[in-house]
Design a protein around this ligand. Structure first.
Ligand code: ADP
Length: 274
């Protein structure tokens, strides 16, 4: 224990004997979830939701039952990727996710509000409370892998989410033009504080393939993700290009029909958790 210990383990990365296990919230009694994967990014717009959705599709194709808990309450984009626009229903057992065409269970604030274009203007604790309820009140029935599309950054809301949900592993999503080094360091520190393993880094928007000559163009400059990952003892799980087809499918709600297999390395790492 450090001499300056204030007994608040969430603000300290030391792995000392007096570190208290986080008090996770109990899930809905009708839920059966085997593994929870948190998908994080340093800022919005780098493809965190896209990666969450594609990872769930990849694991579903491998025969696993998957769910996505859209914890990005102020920028929920998971239902749109899957073309889901219905309203989630509740009964005496709890609130039920809506299933995608492939059979992926999805819960998002957009499935609960009357008008999906209404903005969520809540303060941090209320947002964190809503995410907790997506765990405590939603029936995640027989789910092998529950992907949590986290709010971007390492602020109060993601911290509360990590404390409330028993997350088994974190996937960090970054784009080459971000200050990847700083973002990875922050994610590593947060994961250490929470005692959650980082499965590795997915670099999204790594390059663009020229449709005429097939050459790979590094739109955001050369990537240094390998060096940064090595510095923290992490693996680079995948490098995903900017793919206009992916953007189109995302806008049309057809993400499940995407043929690219860029995330297979990440899927392998996730599969090993079982
Ligand atoms: P985040 O969850 O990090 O805010 P999103 O997953 O919502 O980011 O992605 C931001 C935008 O970029 C979306 O419009 C999405 O369709 C698009 N996008 C993400 N990754 C790719 C990619 N590899 N190729 C093409 N478009 C992408």
């Amino acid at each position: 224990m450090s001499e300056t210990c204030n007994h608040d383990c969430s603000s300290c990365g030391q792995d000392c004997a007096s570190r208290q296990a986080p008090q996770h919230e109990a899930p809905n009694p009708n839920s059966r979830v085997k593994k929870i994967i948190g998908v994080v990014s340093g800022k919005g717009g780098v493809g965190k939701s896209m990666t969450s959705a594609l990872l769930a599709c990849a694991m579903r194709r491998r025969g696993y039952r998957c769910g996505i808990l859209d914890a990005d309450i102020t920028g929920p984009s998971i239902p749109r990727l899957f073309g889901i626009h219905g309203r989630a229903m509740a009964d005496e057992k709890g609130c039920w996710p809506i299933q995608s065409r492939m059979g992926i269970d999805v819960m998002s604030i957009n499935l609960l509000v009357e008008n999906e274009e209404d903005p969520v203007v809540w303060r941090g604790p209320v947002i964190a409370g809503a995410v907790k309820q997506f765990w405590t009140d939603v029936v995640w029935k027989d789910v092998d892998f529950l992907f949590v599309d986290m709010p971007p950054g390492t602020g109060d809301v993601p911290l509360t989410v990590f404390q409330s949900l028993p997350v088994d592993g974190i996937v960090v999503v970054a784009s080459p033009q971000e200050l990847v080094s700083m973002i990875v360091a922050k994610a590593v520190n947060m994961a250490q504080m929470m005692n959650i393993p980082i499965l590795g880094i997915v670099e999204n928007m790594s390059y663009l393939v020229c449709p005429d000559c097939g050459r790979q163009i590094s739109l955001f400059g050369e990537s240094h993700v390998e060096q940064i990952a090595a510095k923290h003892g992490l693996s680079v799980l995948a490098k995903m290009p900017i793919d206009p087809e992916l953007a189109k499918l995302a806008d049309n709600g057809g993400i499940e029909t995407y043929g690219g297999d860029y995330l297979s390395g990440a899927a392998d790492a996730i599969e090993k958790l079982l």
